[in-house]
Design a protein around this ligand. Structure first.
Ligand SMILES: [Zn+2]
Length: 96
């Protein structure tokens, strides 16, 4: 089902995140979905009973439901590869 929100409503709606970007109807992978997608940050907001739920807590963050990007992306970045020698704590560095 396509959204029945009128264009005027869409114009005044904005993403609740700091970008406050305009929203476009549908989800990125389903233009017919009952959802609104932020054109700024890409969050997808659900529409329940024709009412957009513009809450960050309810939004689907971009990439969250995309298994194609980032194989085994749940691991912390940089695991396995040690740092490039940049030690954050140089308390004992200068013992002059
Ligand atoms: Zn946004």
């Amino acid at each position: 089902m396509a959204l029945t929100l009128d264009a005027q409503l869409l114009e005044i709606l904005a993403c609740p995140s700091p970008d406050h970007a305009p929203l476009s109807p549908g989800a990125p992978d389903d233009p017919e979905a009952d959802a609104l997608t932020c054109t700024g940050c890409g969050r997808v907001y659900p529409v329940r009973d024709g009412i957009p739920v513009l809450l960050l807590d309810e939004a689907l963050e971009p990439g969250g439901a995309d298994p194609g990007t980032g194989a085994a992306g749940s691991a912390a970045p940089g695991t396995g590869t040690a740092g490039d020698g940049a030690e954050p704590d140089d308390d004992h560095a200068d013992s002059a």
